[in-house]
Design a protein around this ligand. Structure first.
Ligand SMILES: *Cc1c(COP(=O)(O)O)cnc(C)c1O
Length: 487
């Protein structure tokens, strides 16, 4: 695949590095602590990177959720927020932004993405329903199952391949989709869900072509389309880069085309508009009315939905900025740089590069760690120990157990290193590449993990684990041997 240039910038000497298209104006001090202190921190956190305190972290690459940098205009907008329980002007500005950017008239605010999933699932899913989608997201599946639905992932054969040249691994397999609808009957399918920049398989986009084909099937059977737009900006950017027909289309137009095919669009503003909160939008008054009362019940009045008015203002500005290519290209171009460099070093990463982060294939990285000992979790803990970089496990720890109490092994074991928008610089990115390379050279030293405390729901957030041997001490000793007194 030809590498994309960094937001369109070419170097005369042929160098292919991403360029920051913004300047730093407010800074936050980071903490790069000695390896011994990081060892204490990860021990205390039960080898779960969610349990770390940012005071012990150098580069926080856990997630892009609520961690994107805000723009000057977003911060400025918060000053003019209109404090009102009902009818706040801030809400109407946000509503207008959703109309302009997503092309949807009726807007319900919610406190974050999963709140939208709660409301959509409660409203439309009944016991025994099946919900086809390109791939699940953790909170999506939890809410759908809570309401008695069953999630079916209808991805293409290529989607779970670590290294591939297929540019749209987030596509739905339309043949399998139709077979599923025929098998259960369309009356059992309340909607088809498409997730932009499919999070759990490496931030992989779907194409407009694919969405059109899925939409045609949905129309044929009279089934609704629901679009999870939490990462829609990046998906639109990839469409522009990778789908011939749209290479000259403005991102704003691509966004409207995507949303235009969905009956309901919902989003986490923590991702798409770099603030907090979320929303549900539709052009159908009937659908809006079906969901509205649950917003009042679970979130707050329909003009704030559990958000502060300051957040709502920043969300409006952030939504408009999602149509700005210099904003949405930043994270994908840094991810692509990292992915290509790691690939050159022989480190297994998900290719082509996707949205939200660089995804390292933990089973390829640590082939000696059996999947039941959670290689992705072990790799996350090991990388933190040797670098202060916090990534997130996206593998079997993020999965669940079956009725007999056995782990349902994840399709892929990934260590995700998220690149929140406009947060890290190129030298920090090079530090990441260096430490991952060092860990790869010393990968034999990394062992597995086992649970010591395991919550019944979404266990990856608050679960505690321990190493299956004294491998962390050995890894720490090797770090000292190679790096001396360096941090
Ligand atoms: C983060 C995310 C959600 C959930 O949003 P929250 O704001 O974290 O509740 C839902 N879908 C996708 C694709 C996401 O990335």
């Amino acid at each position: 695949m030809t590498p994309q240039s960094s937001g369109g910038i070419k170097f005369s000497n042929g160098m292919n590095i991403p360029v920051e298209l913004h300047k730093v104006r407010v800074v936050q001090k980071l903490h790069l602590k000695p390896v011994e202190e990081r060892y204490e921190a990860i021990e205390k956190g039960g080898y779960n990177t969610f349990q770390l305190n940012t005071n012990d972290i150098f580069l926080d690459m856990l997630t892009d959720s609520g961690t994107n940098a805000m723009s000057d205009n977003q911060v400025a907008s918060m000053l003019r927020s209109d404090d009102a329980y009902a009818g706040s002007q801030s809400f109407y500005r946000m509503e207008q932004a959703v109309r302009d950017v997503f092309g949807k008239k009726w807007v319900l605010p919610v406190h974050q993405g999963r709140a939208a999933e709660n409301i959509i699932s409660q409203t439309f899913i009944s016991k025994g329903d099946v919900i086809p989608m390109n791939y699940h997201f953790t909170t999506t599946m939890a809410h759908m199952e809570l309401n008695g639905g069953k999630v079916f992932e209808i991805y293409t054969d290529e989607a779970l391949k670590i290294k591939s040249d297929v540019l749209f691994k987030g596509n739905i397999d339309t043949v399998k989709l139709e077979a599923l609808i025929d098998q259960y009957g369309p009356e059992k399918v309340p909607f088809i869900r498409m997730e932009a920049s499919t999070n759990l398989i490496g931030g992989q986009p779907f194409s407009i072509q694919n969405m059109m084909e899925v939409k045609a099937i949905a129309d044929k059977y009279g089934i609704m389309m629901v679009l999870d737009a939490s990462l829609i900006g990046e998906n639109a950017w990839f469409i522009k880069q990778r789908e011939e027909e749209f290479k000259n289309a403005p991102v704003s137009e691509i966004l409207l085309t995507m949303c235009g095919m969905a009956d309901i669009v919902y989003f986490s503003s923590r991702k798409v508009s770099s603030t907090r909160g979320g929303g549900i939008a539709t052009n159908s008054e009937e659908l809006y009315m079906k969901m509205r009362d649950l917003v009042v019940l679970f979130e707050g009045f329909t003009t704030y939905g559990g958000m502060s008015v300051r957040e709502i203002e920043a969300m409006a500005v952030g939504l408009y900025e999602t149509t700005d290519e210099t904003v949405i290209s930043q994270s994908p171009s840094f991810i692509e740089y990292t992915v290509n460099e790691l690939d050159k070093l022989g480190i297994p990463v998900i290719m082509p590069a996707g949205a939200l982060g660089c995804h390292i294939d933990a089973m390829g990285f640590l082939p000696h760690v059996p999947q039941k000992e959670y290689p992705a979790g072990a790799l996350a803990a090991a990388l933190y120990l040797v670098s202060g970089i916090r990534g997130m496990e996206r593998g079997t720890i993020s999965s669940i157990r079956d009725e007999n109490g056995n782990d349902i092994l994840a399709d892929v074991e990934l260590l995700r290193l998220a690149f929140p928008r406009r947060v890290f610089t190129l030298s920090q990115t090079m530090f990441v590449i260096d430490r991952v390379q060092w860990l790869h050279k010393n990968r034999e030293l990394v062992g597995g993990l086992e649970f010591v405390e395991e919550p019944a729901v979404l266990r990856f957030f608050n679960g505690k684990l321990k190493p299956t041997s004294d491998w962390p001490q050995k890894l720490m000793a090797k770090f000292r041997e190679d790096f001396g007194n360096s941090l």
